[in-house]
Design a protein around this ligand. Structure first.
Ligand code: 5RP
Length: 374
């Protein structure tokens, strides 16, 4: 009895978590919808949470529904639902949000647990952005059976014979008169199975949704500034790690041993003995890296982040003065790198105190080193 009770408790906990996940995913998706846009509403329990969350936002939006159940729920929540049938319906949607039965890491989805996959695929295809909202129990390593199908009644026996491995579902016809069935044969590759099903006359639609339907707006995952920071930062971090390592290992190990013999802790040895000497080796390449990073920052032009080269490009795309404007950019880079080189000279001199040969700094600014206080 206790085992049964525990099992029952476990089941209840899992299902509560799943419902919570569905609701949270739906609420997050509702936040993606912008005022004045057109929205495709999916079918199923997760899509129902989305309808509720979306209605709460009281946006001025136009919706189309993928099933009668969703249409009724959306209208009851106060959403404006339009027909998606006929030549006068909306030709495209801004966003569609729907649940799924399986989601694989390669972004293949299976939909159609509720038999609405034909309409769901049409709506997903029409949308500029398709967002699948699922609870964690829908995540799979590889796509498997069943794969929902909608079949034409005409020639049904011949279609079934041709496909093999198909079971007709005990479900009512779709609003478009289709017969709901499931592919239960092998799924070696979703792409191959998808092609095979599409090439079979009588298959109205299948529930395999390819990665091209599932969109990720990378700007919502990470903004331009964060992307630049990450890209340039990681690149520089890799070089700097080697420079610092080289600087520290250039300090003779005997000095660490001597510091230990004097009773210094590891932190004190690093701070008072190793780093001051290592800095002489670290500073010159660090200065070079900083100057080179200034120029490397122009690479962010490829993602349109606003910096010197982007501004120059924007100007010459209007006045066609390409070469003069690129020269202007080059002069700015020269001015900025020169200022940094002067700074580098001062820092090198500061860390080179007490070394007879003096720091190896840019020869051009040797006169400034002489002028700088020792
Ligand atoms: C209906 C669907 C559903 O989106 C899918 O079955 C997921 O349903 P639920 O959100 O209830 O788990 O494809 O045809």
């Amino acid at each position: 009895m206790p085992a049964r009770g525990e099992r029952a408790l476990g089941l209840r906990r899992v299902s509560t978590d799943v419902e919570r996940e569905k609701r949270l995913a739906a609420e997050a998706a509702a936040e993606l919808v912008e005022d004045g846009t057109s929205v495709g509403l999916g079918t199923g329990s997760t899509a129902a949470y989305f309808v509720t969350a979306l209605a709460k936002r009281r946006l001025d939006i136009r919706c189309v529904a993928t099933s009668l159940a969703t249409e009724e729920a959306a209208r009851a929540s106060g959403l404006r639902v339009e027909s998606f049938a006929g030549p006068d319906a909306l030709p495209a949607l801004d966003i569609a949000v729907d649940g799924a039965d399986q989601v694989a890491p390669d972004r293949w989805l299976v939909k159609g647990g509720g038999g609405a996959h034909t309409r769901e695929k049409i709506v997903a295809q029409a949308a500029g952005q398709f967002v699948a909202i699922v609870s964690s129990d829908k995540l799979v390593d590889t796509i498997g059976t069943p794969i929902p199908l909608e079949l034409l009644d005409y020639g049904l026996a011949a279609t079934l014979e041709r496909l093999g491995h198909v079971e007709i579902r005990d479900a009512t016809r779709t609003p478009d008169g289709g017969v709901i069935a499931d592919w239960v044969g092998p799924v070696e590759s979703p792409a191959d199975l998808s092609r095979k099903l599409e090439a079979t006359p009588g298959v109205v639609e299948h529930g395999l949704f390819g990665p091209e339907l599932v969109s990720f707006d990378t700007n919502q995952v990470i903004n331009q500034f964060a992307a630049c920071l990450l890209g340039l930062g990681l690149n520089e971090a890799a070089y700097m790690a080697e420079i610092v390592r080289g600087g520290i290992s250039s300090v003779d190990h005997g000095q660490t041993e001597a510091a230990g013999a004097l009773g210094m802790s590891r932190a004190q040895t690093l701070r008072r003995i190793v780093l001051p000497q290592a800095m002489r080796v670290i500073i010159p390449p660090t200065g070079n890296e900083t100057i080179s990073m200034l120029k490397t920052s122009s690479l962010v032009v490829v993602i349109g982040y606003f910096e010197l080269l982007t501004s120059v490009q924007r100007i010459y795309s209007v006045n066609f003065q390409t070469i003069p404007l690129l020269i202007v950019a080059a002069l700015w880079y020269l001015a900025l790198t020169s200022v940094l080189s002067v700074g580098q000279g001062f820092v090198e001199r500061r860390y080179g105190r007490g070394v007879a040969s003096g720091p190896a700094g840019p020869a051009l600014f040797g006169f400034l080193r002489k002028a700088a206080p020792a």
